[in-house]
Design a protein around this ligand. Sequence first.
Ligand SMILES: [Zn+2]
Length: 286
Amino acid sequence: MDLVNPRAMLEQARQGGYAVGAFNIHNLETLQAVVAAAVAAGAPVILQATPGTVKYAGADYLVAMARVAARQAAVPVVLHLDHAIDIDLIGTCLEAGFTSVMFDGSTLPLEENITRTRQVVAMAREKGAAVEAELGRLGGREDELAVDAEAVYYTDPDEAATFAAATGIDSLAVAIGTAHGVYRGEPRLDFERLQEIAARVNLPLVLHGASGLPDTAVARCIALGISKINIATDLKLVLAARLRETLAANPEETDPRRYFTPAREAVKETALAKMRLCGAAGRVQT
Ligand SMILES: [Zn+2]
């Protein structure tokens, strides 16, 4: 199968009461690890790249690698652009073959966020791609996106309904207390707010900053209407840890294939565990 638009995948998850795992990938090995996990789990999967990763690897390279993976996999695979603010970059990625994009206008006033998000929706429709947008603002750090604690604000349920109707987006990222990066202490999530958003917004909802959340919190978010769970930090931590471990144990090693093989395996195992946690395993009939 070629790369797919995530709309049907996320709607099925919403109806089925589970979530699709969306994993940030950075290179060939992490991309292969996540797709291998999806195949092993029989789970639909979303590969995501941030603007920083697009800069690092190149949009065309990412699309080419993801396409090869999707064609060889017996599960549906999406390639999604995560947290894009620059509309030109969104155009470049759509042109290259990304099947989904996130426009992050969460730093803009509501009216301007609506106007620009509508523009992105029109661009994506032309290419048959889907659009995720964000309302509210998450704390923490992801690539060049850093938000201080005092700039964080939670998604307003009424505003979310207005925003979804005015923009025609396919999914909405919510801010309910999660943050990007590594948590210091256990985050307190506003489940009541999530429930209210899900009651007012008739779309798949997206949870960012899910790395490091207790499993019970993830399960509760899914039960309350989250259909896409973003995982970035957890994969980065396990990749770096396994590379360090392998190189420390074999200080003379210079063959990348030898130190990347266990690292890729570790990323695969972590992704697989997340897919199971999301309830996505076994959802693809093969
Ligand atoms: Zn995010």
